[in-house]
Design a protein around this ligand. Structure first.
Ligand code: FES
Length: 77
């Protein structure tokens, strides 16, 4: 298995809330950035949400729509 976990992270977000999602894959606190990207040329994806909702962040780091889940995990068990 690659990534942080085999399933997406379901995260309740609030309007106006900003989160930094790891795009380098090195974070020890996935799906969030923990600063580990400093040794790479990657940067986190900073997202400010405009409404209260539940998002699904990719846990396997293989989605083509990161930081969001695109259901890639469904066919890769
Ligand atoms: S730790 Fe991965 S983008 Fe910051």
């Amino acid at each position: 298995m690659s990534g942080w976990q085999n399933e997406p992270f379901g995260i309740d977000v609030k309007a106006g809330e900003t989160k930094a999602f790891c795009m380098c894959g090195l974070s020890k606190n996935g799906p969030y950035c923990d600063g580990s990207h400093k040794e790479t040329d990657k940067t986190p994806e900073i997202v400010t949400f405009d409404e209260d909702r539940t998002i699904y962040a990719c846990g396997r780091q293989q989605s083509s729509n990161r930081p969001y889940c695109d259901d890639t995990h469904s066919g890769q068990q």
